[in-house]
Design a binder for this molecule. Structure first.
Ligand code: ADP
Length: 557
């Protein structure tokens, strides 16, 4: 059965009203804003009340570098939450919300899979509670206000050639990467070159995920640098005097969304920046709410531990004010064989040699996560093609690195398939930890980038290309030289070359552009060929989607 069939079958019989899910974690109906019977936003009154409570423990789920299919992080995150609940632990899940880009493109849905899913999966994957739409509207409202400002006399002296605020759309649309706007004569606006990012790459998405309340949201929005004036001085949203309008559009999107798993474990699904082109973590408000509502909060960070987890630990943790108590690295035998050089079409054949070669990728991620001083557990997300010899070999290899590799079959068996993992995670939570940040917060941008490239990616050094050299000077001149860095890089490799699998060494990472995101509070470094507006593949997932006359959806995976 497909993910959507399993979800639909269970939803029809089992799904509980969201008020019942809220009640089991001590949330009152008055603290919810309901979107139909099965979805709700948690209101700010509840968040304020919860702020007085102590935090639970935090588990971060991450993974090896993925194969093109995605390796089951969300699935394992959901299954681990269900398994902990089966062991009578008060576990609350905090996930990112899906973007239509991957849903229509390569991957399909992003609500977990098999018997480890959050529901209602169709709603969550499509329009959900409208957060993505609100963000897209807010991004484009700001763009319209910038162009209108120029059209109406340009009091701020904005240089139309130096506007860095782009428009956004929540779908992969490569035709919009670079566009010319304002054609058609003086009444149609000032012609200029513009472009679109996918909504999840926009600074407003990062801001939504980092803001702690509406006041903080407004402060961050006011600091956004939209571009430069003819004197090369930064122009901000505060200068444009539209902070209030943009914040207003996001006031509801800022509230975390509460849903449930197929086994009724509470899940906060909120905020969804991609980890390859953005900071890759769900919202601080959702993670914080999960920490307050549960004894154990389980959250995930996107793509491999080189991307999402690094950004979680170096960007999100300082703002969250809570370090993880355990890290789970999800690996699959087929992804490790892919990293060992096996073609996508041959991943179902036993291949111990390739598994051992590809293990280098997992080994690097284990060492990287151990470096932060947090106990690590490896979750082997079981596929039917895995052989006993492969599983034994992987467990042995992990043992040599000092970590337990636990088989999980949550995709096939739900929480029951994650009990062994849950026991291991509970043991990890009891271990002592001593969180060590990767870099000194005061270090300059080049030092921070070099630290990530050498220590996390395993490369030799970072190299700045022409445009980035000038941008670095400008950034330092503007006094932003001590901000954290958010690297935009391919997810498929530890390096900036998607074809370099396993654990490459002695490579350089090429930074071609630096983009200041003052509202988010970091500098984005664009590396390799990664783009902030993806394209659709030759055979998009959209080709298999349909809806019947009575509204039944199919093909969302
Ligand atoms: P990630 O979070 O790493 O991107 P997901 O959890 O979203 O990955 O899973 C990606 C896809 O793989 C989903 O369609 C899911 O149903 C499928 N999947 C995950 N684990 C398994 C498994 N053990 N067996 C079969 N399919 C799986």
């Amino acid at each position: 059965m497909s993910d959507i069939q399993i979800a639909q079958e269970n939803e029809a019989h089992e799904i509980k009203p969201i008020t019942a899910i809220a009640e089991q974690i001590g949330l009152e109906t008055a603290e919810l804003e309901q979107y139909g019977p099965y979805k709700a936003k948690v209101n700010f009154k509840a968040i304020q009340r919860l702020n007085q409570q102590a935090d639970g423990q935090l588990v971060l789920v991450t993974s090896i570098n993925p194969t093109p299919a995605g390796e089951g992080k969300s699935t394992v995150t959901v299954g681990l939450g269900d398994a902990l609940r089966q062991l009578d632990k008060s576990a609350v899940i905090a996930l990112r919300e899906p973007s239509l880009g991957p849903v229509m493109g390569m991957k399909g849905g992003a609500t977990g899979g098999g018997y480890a899913q959050v529901v209602p999966m169709e709603d969550i994957n499509l329009h959900f509670t409208g957060d993505m739409h609100a963000l897209t509207s807010a991004v484009n409202t700001l763009a319209a206000l910038i162009d209108n400002h120029i059209q109406q006399g340009n009091v701020l002296n904005i240089d139309p050639r130096r506007i860095i605020w782009k428009r956004a759309l929540d779908i992969n649309d490569r035709a919009l990467r670079q566009v010319v706007i304002g054609l058609g004569g003086p009444v149609q606006g000032m012609p200029r070159q513009d472009g679109f990012d996918i909504t999840v790459a926009s600074e407003l998405m990062a801001i939504l995920c980092l803001a702690t309340d509406i006041t903080d949201l407004k402060a961050r929005i006011s600091r956004i640098v939209i571009g430069y004036n003819f004197d090369r001085q930064p122009v901000t949203v505060a200068d444009l005097k539209v902070t209030g309008a943009i914040a207003m559009l996001l006031k509801d999107a800022l509230k975390p969304n509460l849903v449930q798993t197929l086994e009724h474990t509470p899940a906060l699904v909120h905020g969804g920046p991609f980890a390859n082109i953005a900071h890759g973590c769900n919202s601080i408000l959702a993670t914080q709410t999960a920490l307050k509502l549960g004894d154990i909060a389980i959250t995930e960070a996107g793509f491999g531990a080189d991307l999402g987890a690094e950004k979680f630990l170096d960007i999100k943790v300082p703002q969250l004010g809570k370090t993880p108590d355990a890290i789970v690295i999800v690996a699959t035998i087929r992804a490790l064989k892919y990293n060992g050089g096996v073609a996508l079409t041959d991943l179902t054949t036993e291949n111990l040699g390739a598994l051992e070669t590809g293990f280098s990728n997992l080994a690097k991620h284990i060492a990287n996560m151990q470096r932060y001083g947090v106990p690590v557990v490896v979750a082997v997300n079981e596929f039917t093609s895995d052989t006993e010899a492969e599983i034994n070999l992987l467990q042995e290899l992990c043992e040599q690195k000092g970590v337990k590799a636990v088989e999980t079959s949550v995709w096939a068996n739900g929480g029951q398939g994650g009990l062994a993992l849950a026991h291991e995670v509970l043991a990890a939570l009891d271990q002592p930890k001593d969180f060590q940040p990767l870099y000194d917060a005061q270090a300059d941008i080049k030092t921070k980038l070099n630290t990530i490239v050498t220590e996390i990616y395993g490369g030799r050094e970072v190299v700045f290309e022409g445009k980035a050299i000038n941008q670095l000077k400008q950034i330092e001149k503007n006094g932003w030289g001590q901000l954290p860095v958010c690297i935009a890089k391919t997810q498929y490799s530890l390096s900036d070359n998607p074809k370099a699998l396993g654990a490459p060494t002695d490579f350089t990472v090429h930074v071609r552009e630096l983009i200041p995101k003052l509202g988010a509070g970091f500098i984005v470094a664009m590396t390799g060929a990664v783009l902030t507006m993806p394209g659709l593949p030759k055979k998009p997932a959209a080709l298999n989607m349909d809806v019947t006359a009575d509204g039944q959806i199919s093909g969302l995976f």
